[in-house]
Design a protein around this ligand. Structure first.
Ligand code: HEC
Length: 229
């Protein structure tokens, strides 16, 4: 099991391409205190509003980047900037952060973040954006618009996935369907894993996983697959 401190540090090292901070530092204690504050009154293991609703089926097609760019210009650029760089509070280096976060470029979450994968970005955007208009139970964009604009957002460069982080999902069987780096256990391209469509990928991956499981079970129990003599 991963401790909460560990999980927070994984966000720093993975999603933000940063460094771990000490578990007993003032900053870590503040983050843990904030998470505990958010969880007040919620029993351990409870289901909370938003969690199930986040799983929204995506359109059964590849992303359309031209439509995505249109949606971005009309609905997102006002806050996140036409260049996707967001709006800073102060100046570079003053650590005051952003009023509106950057969606790509050097300060955005890195290629290792799940927010670089189309399905997480799509689901997040669908139930949360544009901020102030969408809520989880009343999305503002159509699914098609959310899917295309999410694809447009992740089509831009950001900090690369490299070093230790690049070894994540080293077993191809564990890769999520929208993980844009091969090798895969299916026959589809990195492009299709990045921008869909996903159903055919899911079907092939599921049978590869089943086959791997059968092989493993057979190894653990050698008699299981052979006919009785
Ligand atoms: C009114 C301003 C506003 C508009 C319009 C808006 N956003 Fe946002 N967006 C925000 C703010 C503020 C956050 C940070 C929210 C938070 O951290 O809780 C955010 C966060 C995000 C994130 C998560 C960034 C990350 O890496 O964690 C994505 C992705 C995103 N917006 C995409 C979009 C898209 C796509 C649109 C257009 C459909 C859009 N936003 C429209 C203000 C806006």
């Amino acid at each position: 099991m991963v401790s909460l401190e560990n999980r927070v540090n994984l966000c720093f090292t993975h999603s933000l391409s940063g460094r771990e901070i000490p578990e007993d530092s003032k900053e870590m204690k503040a983050i843990i205190a904030y998470i505990e504050y958010l969880s007040r009154g919620v029993p351990r293991g409870a289901k909370i509003i938003g969690e199930k609703e986040m799983v929204v089926e995506e359109p059964k097609r590849a992303v359309n980047l031209v439509r995505g760019e249109e949606v971005y210009k009309n609905q997102c650029a006002v806050c996140h900037g036409a260049d996707g760089r967001g709006q800073r509070v102060g100046k570079v280096g003053d650590t005051k952060g952003y009023t509106f976060p950057p969606l790509w470029g050097a300060d955005a979450t890195s290629e290792s973040a799940s927010m670089f994968r189309i399905l997480s970005t799509y689901q997040y955007v669908y139930v949360n954006m544009p901020l102030g208009q969408a809520t989880w139970d009343r999305p503002a964009l159509s699914k098609d618009d959310a899917y295309d604009v999410a694809g447009f957002v992740i089509s831009h460069p950001r900090q690369p996935r490299e070093g230790e982080v690049a070894k994540d999902f080293s077993n191809p069987l564990d890769k999520p369907e929208d993980f844009p780096w091969g090798p895969y256990v299916d026959s589809f391209s990195e492009m299709q894993h990045k921008y869909g469509p996903f159903d055919a990928i899911r079907a092939e991956t599921a049978s590869a996983r089943e086959k791997a499981k059968r092989e493993k079970d057979a190894k653990g129990n050698p008699g299981a697959l052979s006919a009785p003599k």
